[in-house]
Design a protein around this ligand. Structure first.
Ligand code: GLA
Length: 394
């Protein structure tokens, strides 16, 4: 047992521990004032990425309502290069996968009014074993800039020498900046290496957690870790809980809940399904403008969990117009009622509240109680605002 003196010393140490240092200044490149909206091939295609896949995806995105909803970035993940650099030390796109070269592909994507992303790693090799960019940052950044690349996903594999993450990722940030080309910098080191501290000053986003897979338990496991990160997010610098699995093996209810929660977290919304063959129901999820508006709005903090009653949870986020977005989440295998109140959402006392259902696209009213019967593995999402009218007058 601790002595009284030891306890007093312990208490004094706690009291006099300086408060945590103020958040880092976000990376000042003005490239992601709101979270990026886009697509990435990895979740569906893995290493089977090709020129035609990227062109056809850009075609789909530009015509299927996604571009109109704000999606811009089409990103090539791992496995795009040859296994060795050329004699000058440059990465070389695999000619079997990209026979027309990367510049031609970037021109094509730009011609659709979209932007193009690429992938590398802050190590000797990428996660799939291709050459990566540690100590080649300036050469590689210049090559990508010469192709017209607009976004870099920068992974954390191949760090065989165990060098600190902050140093490795800052080197690429500085190399991208030095190109003079606007290139969004997406840090992907899975929440490790104190990225919580240096992420905001280094990247436009940083992965908070490990890789997502296309099942409900995996999506919920990632969600569970997100409240601890909420305070690090701000305009220009976003927490990234990983790409979307909408359209990949989730039920419709699960897909809507996943998309809604990622929007509430101000996450980059990166579709990971095959846009060329998705169902109309999946397209409707990915293009829900009212949910995307939650993602793109900064009301002072990202959303987080405000109530946890076992499998029933309430996640909420302030919106810049004074309303609140709320996700009533049911993680259980059977339907359940989930409720909260306008006061719990931080809304001022008012005679009535307007309650907009962001999936049904209907507006109801409430005297303060906010509740719904929520399907199994599902969510009901509202945007709640104080109204001067009384219930029934709305
Ligand atoms: C890591 C990343 C994934 C994906 C793969 C590619 O696992 O976290 O998102 O980029 O590498 O190999």
């Amino acid at each position: 047992m601790r002595s009284v003196a030891a306890l007093a010393a312990f208490t004094a140490a706690l009291l006099f521990t300086p408060p945590p240092s103020p958040p880092d200044t976000p990376l000042d490149n003005n490239l992601s004032p709101t979270p990026v909206l886009g697509w990435n091939d990895w979740n569906t295609f893995g290493c089977a990425v090709t020129d035609s896949l990227i062109r056809e995806t850009a075609d789909a995105m530009s015509t299927n309502g996604m571009a109109a909803a704000g999606y811009r970035y089409v990103t090539i993940d791992d496995c795009w290069s040859q296994h060795t650099r050329d004699p000058d030390g440059n990465l070389v796109a695999d000619p079997a996968k990209f026979p027309q070269g990367m510049k031609s592909l970037a021109d094509y994507v730009h011609g659709k009014g979209l932007k193009i992303g690429i992938y590398s790693s802050a190590g000797l090799t990428t996660c799939a074993g291709y050459p990566a960019s540690l100590d080649h940052e300036v050469r590689d950044a210049n090559l990508w800039a010469s192709w017209g690349i607009d976004y870099l996903k920068y992974d954390n594999c191949g760090n065989t020498e165990g060098r600190p993450g902050q140093e490795r990722f800052a080197a690429m940030r500085d190399a991208l900046t030095a190109t003079g080309r606007p290139i969004v910098f997406a840090v992907c080191n899975w929440g490790t290496d104190s990225v919580r501290v240096w992420g905001p000053s280094t990247g436009n986003s940083w992965r908070t957690t490990g890789d997502i897979t296309d099942d409900w338990a995996a999506v919920m496991a990632i969600l569970e870790a997100q409240p601890a990160w909420a305070a690090r997010s701000r305009p220009g610098a976003w927490n990234d809980p990983d790409m979307l699995e909408v359209g990949n093996g989730l039920t419709d209810d699960e897909a809507r809940a996943h998309f809604s929660l990622w929007a509430l977290l101000n996450a980059p919304l990166l579709a990971g399904n095959d846009l060329r063959s998705m169902t109309e129901r999946t397209r409707v999820v990915l293009t829900n403008a009212e949910v995307i508006a939650v993602d793109q709005d900064w009301g002072g903090r990202q959303g987080t969990r405000i109530a946890d009653d076992g499998d029933q949870e309430v996640w909420a986020k302030p919106m810049s117009d004074g309303s609140a977005a709320v996700v009533l989440l049911n993680r259980a295998d059977t339907p359940a009622a989930v409720s909260t109140t306008a006061a719990a959402l931080g809304l001022a006392d008012a005679p009535a509240y307007s309650v907009r259902d962001l999936w049904e696209h209907t507006t109801g009213s409430s005297a303060g109680g906010i509740s719904a019967e929520v399907p199994a593995h599902g969510a009901v999402v509202y945007r709640v605002s104080a109204s001067t009218l009384r219930p029934g007058e709305l």
